[in-house]
Ligand binder design. Sequence first.
Ligand SMILES: Nc1nc2c(ncn2[C@@H]2O[C@H](COP(=O)(O)OP(=O)(O)O)[C@@H](O)[C@H]2O)c(=O)[nH]1
Ligand SMILES: Nc1ncnc2c1ncn2[C@@H]1O[C@H](COP(=O)(O)OP(=O)(O)O)[C@@H](O)[C@H]1O
Length: 205
Amino acid sequence: MRSERGLLIVLSGPSGVGKGTVRKALFEQEDLALQYSISVTTRKPREGEVDGVDYFFRTREEFEDMIRSEKLLEWAEFVGNYYGTPVDYVEQTLQEGKDVFLEIEVQGALQVKKAFPEGVFVFLAPPSLSELKSRIVGRGTETEEVIQNRLRMAKEEIDLMDAYDYVVENDEIHLACERITSIVTAEHCRRDRVAKYYKQMTEAE
Ligand SMILES: Nc1nc2c(ncn2[C@@H]2O[C@H](COP(=O)(O)OP(=O)(O)O)[C@@H](O)[C@H]2O)c(=O)[nH]1
Ligand SMILES: Nc1ncnc2c1ncn2[C@@H]1O[C@H](COP(=O)(O)OP(=O)(O)O)[C@@H](O)[C@H]1O
């Protein structure tokens, strides 16, 4: 039997570790049936990014309005831009019994943990800091100054690893995906078993 609410899965970790890449690979696995929560950001779209698909691209005024009207489950300012998760989509989708997947930075993940301690928190870790730097540089989307800022933040973020339920190394994309898939499957099993025994106990009362 399946518990009614969906699972909230939060993938976080330092910029450049491969969160976006691993998330895209995970969403190619249809059997997982994860629902991706599209974030709102004030960052300018990169080439090829589409509003409403990659992000909801908004102005700072629009974003601050969303904060004031409590439309965000969490939000953070990251390297000069705002990023946030629309709360209604997450709530509605979990209510429908579907699993919601967030891919967010570390400060936001810690806020979600306070609001949804029952969520599954996964930290994606680089094989090493030098590999992390090569990935950010290799992506070629950031200036040297932004790269230095992101690396500085990465060191602070790695310090917060311990707050997560799981740490998954992103050495190879397919291996990281397999590990996350196993985590989701195991968490479903765990919740289903708890729900089964809970039901038996309440029926026996
Ligand atoms: N807190 C928070 N972080 C987000 C959200 N959406 C994306 N991020 C994170 O913001 C950081 C910067 O994202 P982005 O500018 O797209 O760069 P990239 O992920 O490094 O390619 C990444 O660590 C994202 O995971 C969100 O809704 N909330
Ligand atoms: N396992 C991996 N091995 C080698 N390169 C990777 C791996 N995962 C991601 N990358 C590369 O690292 C760079 C950063 O990945 P990205 O998904 O944009 O990171 P994030 O979303 O965490 O900022 C990209 O160029 C991507 O192709």
